[in-house]
Design a protein around this ligand. Structure first.
Ligand code: SF4
Length: 63
């Protein structure tokens, strides 16, 4: 299974992914998105969050 990963150096903190896939991504204390539960949402929803990121900060890593 592919695990989503947010690159904190690229994330601008727009919060979009946390709104699209709210069970997978949260904003952390540094103001960037972080994965809390890798499969918190369906694959489709996680992909939608990846596609919605304006700076392409989210990638999928194969397990
Ligand atoms: S959508 Fe992209 S830039 Fe916005 S909070 Fe999520 S990872 Fe960061």
């Amino acid at each position: 299974m592919a695990i989503p990963y947010v690159d904190p150096d690229i994330c601008t903190g727009c919060e979009l992914c946390t709104q699209v896939a709210e069970n997978t991504f949260v904003m952390n204390d540094d103001g960037v998105a972080e994965v809390i539960t890798p499969a918190g949402d369906s694959e489709e929803t996680i992909q939608e969050a990846i596609d919605s990121c304006p700076v392409e900060a989210i990638s999928l890593k194969e397990d």
